[in-house]
Design a protein around this ligand. Structure first.
Ligand code: F6P
Length: 354
């Protein structure tokens, strides 16, 4: 087979493991060839590509980012997009394109499949919010980076008896926030799944600090929102692709917490640090498994399917079933999060004694 591969959307540790896995499986096991399109669908439409082989992929496994580059360009945003994609298939004699990307990219895979293109999806996002796959590579790396940061912040928070707010990624879901909040022993973690009441957050903080010896770490997902009717936050700006540019809720919380409690409060926004650098072992292995599985899906002609992690094994699902909604944090983890926050009188759960 001749296979094209591309990486789209925000980058993510483990993308190079997918590319390497796909190339090795294609070349060594299945006597096939792979070309890589640069900067996602832009490379397909502008014929910007490079031949990939085992030699080219040497040494990329521990590298963050993507050797192919990425963009949010996609064929359905241009009038001539589909025609250009068809040309690319013909020009290179492609039997398949493997598209590695997030929710938006999986939407493109679905539409291309419906237009008759042989295409396979590989789910990618540090946010871990794609349906029907238990995990996406990059997520564990992001969680580890956040946990390491929280560990460091504990000691300085304690020295100053401060509240430290840590803002982590998670546009629509709180997977990174909950995992790193639990792993880092945050006092409270605020997620998009459960809008917060600022009064209540402050009461819990004051309760802790009244005991005299506590500092407080609050983890907040960038997409977390106050409960409607509590207080207003400004609308985020929108980038050239129509995506809301998030980041800022941490500083808003800092202002509110300081203003309402009088306790000195500071904010750390981890931002793109969460997406950079070397993937942890889990993400390298998952990326490798996804890359190999995507080539095998192409060889099976499983067009319009997405590889997925299900009960620890690699399977495939129709990409149409994986889009349209996002995978939110499971109720048991949300409950665990609530159990580990400072207790208030009237809480209907045991909480943690202070
Ligand atoms: O979707 C993954 C993600 O990392 C989000 O958590 C974050 O909001 C967004 O990408 C940031 O995107 P950009 O790289 O365009 O700033």
């Amino acid at each position: 087979m001749r296979i094209g591969i591309l990486t789209g959307g925000g980058d993510c540790p483990g993308l190079n493991a997918v590319i390497r896995g796909a190339v090795r499986a294609a070349e060594v096991t299945y006597d096939s060839t792979v070309i890589g399109f640069r900067n996602a669908w832009r490379g397909v439409m502008e014929d910007d590509y490079e031949p990939l082989d085992v030699e080219v992929c040497r040494g990329i496994l521990p590298r963050g980012g993507t050797i192919l580059g990425t963009s949010r360009d996609q064929p359905f945003a241009r009038e001539d997009g589909l025609k250009l994609v068809r040309k690319a298939y013909d020009r290179h004699g492609l039997d398949a394109i493997i598209a590695v990307g997030g929710e938006g990219s999986m939407g493109v895979v679905n539409e291309l499949h419906q237009n008759g293109f042989p295409v396979i999806g590989v789910p990618k996002t540090i946010d871990n919010d794609i349906q029907l796959t238990e995990m996406t590579f990059g997520f564990q790396t992001a969680v580890q980076i956040c946990t390491d940061a929280i560990d460091r912040l504990h000691t300085t928070a304690e020295s100053h008896h401060r509240v430290l707010v840590v803002e982590v990624m998670g546009r629509h879901v709180g997977h990174i926030a909950i995992w790193s909040g639990l792993a880092g022993g945050a006092a409270m973690t605020l997620t998009p799944e459960e809008p917060f009441d600022i009064e209540e957050v402050c009461e819990r903080i004051v309760g802790r600090h009244r005991k005299g010896r506590y500092a407080t770490i609050i983890v907040v997902a960038e997409g977390a929102l106050p409960k409607p009717g509590t207080f207003q936050i400004p609308e985020p700006e929108v980038d050239s692709y129509g995506h809301k540019v998030l980041g800022g809720i941490g500083h808003i919380l800092e202002r509110e917490i300081h203003g309402r409690t009088g306790i000195e409060t500071r904010t750390t926004v981890l931002g793109h640090i969460q997406r950079g650098g070397s993937p942890v072992a889990f993400d390298r292995v998952l990326g490798t498994r996804f890359g190999v599985a995507a080539v095998e899906a192409a060889l099976d002609g499983a067009w319009g399917e997405m590889v997925a992690l299900q009960q620890g094994r690699i399977g495939r699902v129709p990409v149409k079933d994986a889009i349209g909604s996002l995978k939110t944090v499971a109720p048991d983890l949300l409950r665990l999060n609530t159990m580990f926050q400072p207790r208030l009188p009237g809480d209907d759960h045991p909480g943690i004694p202070e």
